[in-house]
Design a protein around this ligand. Structure first.
Ligand code: SAM
Length: 292
């Protein structure tokens, strides 16, 4: 570990650096910077970087994770939305010739164009300490792009539990299903609030996701059913789906039963294969009602 890497995780050094650049933390942008140097090391290890991978980092901040990534990867492209960090990163990443910073919002960045320009022919991995306010839309975009081989990301612990939740558990929801369709997620380790400046109120977790898209025969119908089932998760599957789908209740009940699922079951107990059977049956037997 380099001296600069350690300094970048030192709260006193960070305060002085930011004061020198007249920088003020933005809570809206989820700016909780790492102050525990074991965390970037553990993220690099969890991502399995061995000098051959290309990395896309979201939100480099002061570069506390970017520097160790740059030493462990072939190259790093990092997207940072806050241009007031430009002079800070120019200083903290000086001398690293395999890092490019894009001053861009990851929520609107053209990811296929980014991949074509920076990672031609490759399948980069994502490593990031994500801005918590936009975790779900950022992960939805990254996973949905199909461009990445794996994601190793720090998120709030309760979000990590949702990403990895199994059917029938309280944390299981529509986003668990979305993630499960695109990747195999595991929680790697927790990070306490005192590992950040400013200190967040919640514990964080690092999640590792190996991207592997499950091919769905009727993807639009599948996700429509998932949204309907979890939109009213206290209702039975029959009631939740009947208020979202243009199908008479008796037909819907028969359709659910034809998939071996009790119409009185709750949507939150269904796994991906059950939603897939329902989507297939709905697509086949919708009788012209399934104009999604
Ligand atoms: N990687 C640094 C670290 O671990 O110390 C900073 C992580 S901080 C939790 C999140 C970073 O993401 C901040 O630098 C913030 O400015 C940046 N950010 C927030 N929203 C963003 C967005 N939509 N696109 C790109 N970067 C964003």
């Amino acid at each position: 570990m380099g001296e600069e890497d350690e300094r970048l995780c030192d709260a006193r050094y960070i305060r002085a650096l930011l004061a020198r650049h007249g920088f003020h933390f933005s809570r809206a942008r989820g700016q909780n910077f790492l102050t525990a140097d074991w965390v970037p090391r553990a993220i690099v290890q969890c991502a399995g970087l061995d000098g051959t991978q290309d990395v896309f980092e979201v939100g480099p901040g002061l570069g506390a994770l970017t520097r160790p990534l740059a030493r462990a990867a072939r190259r790093v492209v990092a997207a940072e939305v806050d241009v007031s960090l430009r002079p800070v990163l120019a200083e903290t990443l000086a001398g690293l010739d395999n890092v490019d910073v894009l001053w861009a919002d990851v929520l609107t960045l053209d990811l296929p164009a980014l991949a074509a320009a920076h990672f031609p022919g490759g399948r980069p991995v994502v490593c990031a300490n994500l801005p918590y306010a936009v975790t779900t839309p950022v992960l939805t975009r990254l996973l949905g792009s199909g461009l990445f081989a794996a994601l190793t990301v720090m998120v709030q612990k309760e979000v990590a539990q949702r990403l990895c939740a199994a059917p029938g558990t309280p944390a299981y929801g529509a986003f668990s299903v979305y993630v499960g369709v695109h990747a195999r997620p595991t929680i790697a380790f927790d990070v306490p609030p005192d590992a950040f400046l400013p200190r967040p109120r919640v514990t964080s977790s690092v999640v590792h996701m190996v991207c592997q898209k499950r091919p769905l025969r009727c993807e639009a119908v599948f996700f429509r059913l998932v949204r309907a089932a979890f939109g009213q998760r206290r209702k039975t599957l029959l009631n939740a789906l009947s208020s979202a789908l243009p199908l008479p209740k008796e037909e819907l009940s028969a359709l659910i039963a034809s998939c071996g699922i009790a119409p009185s079951a709750r949507g939150e107990t269904l796994g991906i294969p059950e939603f897939e059977s329902l989507a297939d049956a709905y697509e086949k037997n919708g009788d012209g009602h399934n104009d999604l």
